[in-house]
Design a protein around this ligand. Structure first.
Ligand code: 2M8
Length: 447
């Protein structure tokens, strides 16, 4: 585990406030990703949130994932949103997706979106087990009793990704929408999106996000939204059939970050399988190795970062984003290559940039021409991403790299607003306040 925590009143006060955020966003059956901007359950948010909840009540953490599992598709896919039926203030809502209307693979209830997000869930479960064991025999027994059912859900989820998102066994997952990466308007996707035509028959819509975040510069542009919605129409037109989408969709790219998460999550799931005496350990270890190799193989010698590929053109997507550090999450680089990547992480292009308020990882390199300090995934620092990096480095025994980053994130979070993201030069909180995964990050980084 990581080195000593910054103790004292500040830590305890921050943890109490983070717990209050999670309680405040809890509907009773699920924790909203954010109170107003995102009033439903998102897939990777739910995984992060469940770790935060495990610090408070491991049983509640399990229930959070059970709610997500209720939205699982017959294919095994965990959808990126499980909708709260009583909530109508988010766009696009379930009618726009129309999943159960066009495919029997989608559940009729709860209603869900028709795409997925990075598979953090098995990593969350691994962490929940550890935290429950630390809490004592009662909590540990409760989580152990829940584990076999969760394991079957996670196995189906991983098998879906391996089968449908990497049919050629390249060790890299393909995604069908920028939303699947979780980094919606990242410069990673500018090239592929420039080739997505806005449909002339796009049904009219009213955005809701720009009513909550009043500064439009912090959210995607209207053209970007037109493209997001055009892709939704395209996917719905293909009845969310992955085989058909692979052939027809106008957006098809590999995602190095999601692939690295799958590699690490496969390690975690293999460990869970072993603890349960399940028969799939070798299969899961093979997934981990395949994706670790795929991620390590996508490092660009010039940029020193792992790059995604546009599968429609075959071109690597040369963006300098935090996702490029994907190999540090799952391992697989040789010692020299890993040393070089860590040096890049600490360099002035990244956490060592002299203008940064805190030495955290901005979503895009401040030294890159694509960098925009307030624009959502184009430059702001995201505590949840830094937490993921700290957590994965810790799992890999790299506390030396994780430690300083962890302290910098905690400094950034000390204001207590639990913002979705921050302006990296000033530290100003941006986007939604009281974002659930940011509160979860604080709880896990503090304890
Ligand atoms: C953001 O994405 C949603 C669409 O899925 C949105 O902008 O409306 C992203 O930051 C995504 O990664 C996150 O899971 C979601 C909820 O926090 O919000």
């Amino acid at each position: 585990r990581l080195a000593a925590r910054p103790a004292g009143v500040r830590g305890a006060g921050l943890a109490a406030r983070a717990a209050a955020v999670l309680r405040g966003n809890d509907t009773g059956v699920m924790v909203r990703a954010a109170p107003h901007l995102y009033p439903h359950q998102w897939s990777w948010d739910a995984a992060f949130v469940s770790v935060g909840l495990a610090h408070l009540d491991p049983g509640r953490a399990c229930a959070e994932l059970d709610h997500l599992f209720r939205g699982q598709w017959r294919t095994g896919m965990l959808p990126h949103i499980v909708f709260d039926p009583d909530e109508t203030t988010y766009f696009p809502g379930p009618d726009r997706w129309g999943c159960a209307e066009v495919t029997d693979d989608a559940p009729v209830a709860p209603r869900t979106s028709g795409i997925c997000q990075p598979p953090v869930q098995a990593l969350a479960v691994e962490r929940i087990v550890t935290l429950a064991e630390r809490r004592g025999p009662g909590a540990a027994a409760r989580v152990r009793a829940w584990l076999p059912g969760a394991y079957r859900r996670l196995l189906a989820w991983h098998r879906y990704l391996v089968r449908e998102r990497d049919p050629l066994r390249t060790g890299l997952l393909a995604i069908h929408h920028g939303w699947e990466s979780g980094m919606d308007n990242s410069p990673r996707w500018d090239g592929p999106y420039s080739r997505v035509a806005v449909r002339p028959d796009l049904a009219p819509y009213r955005r809701r996000d720009t009513r909550v975040v009043r500064d439009p510069a912090q959210r995607p542009t209207h053209l970007e939204y037109d493209r997001y919605l055009s892709l939704v129409a395209e996917l719905r037109g293909a009845r969310y059939d992955d085989a058909r989408i692979r052939v027809t969709t106008s957006f098809l790219v590999t995602d190095v970050l999601a692939s690295a998460v799958l590699a690490a999550a496969s390690d975690a799931l293999a460990g869970i399988a072993r603890s349960l005496g399940a028969g799939e350990v070798a299969e899961l270890e093979e997934h981990a190795e395949r994706f670790r190799t795929g991620v390590a193989g996508s490092v660009d010698a010039g940029l020193g970062l792992a790059l995604d590929t546009d599968l429609r053109t075959g071109e690597p997507l040369r963006a300098e984003t935090a996702a490029g550090f994907a190999p540090l999450l799952c391992g697989g680089l040789g010692a020299t290559a890993e040393r070089e990547m860590v040096a890049l992480l600490r360099s002035e292009r990244w956490t060592g940039h002299p203008g940064l308020r805190h030495a955290v990882l901005p979503s895009t390199s401040p030294a890159s021409p694509a960098f925009r300090p307030r624009a959502y995934w184009r430059g702001p620092s995201w505590p949840v991403v830094d937490w993921l990096v700290v957590w994965m480095l810790g799992r890999r025994g790299r506390a030396d790299v994780a430690g300083p980053l962890r302290r910098a994130v905690l400094d950034e979070l000390a204001g207590g607003s639990f913002a979705e993201y921050h302006e990296p030069f000033t530290g100003e909180p941006l986007g939604s306040a009281a974002q659930s995964w940011t509160a979860a990050a604080a709880l896990d980084l503090l304890l």
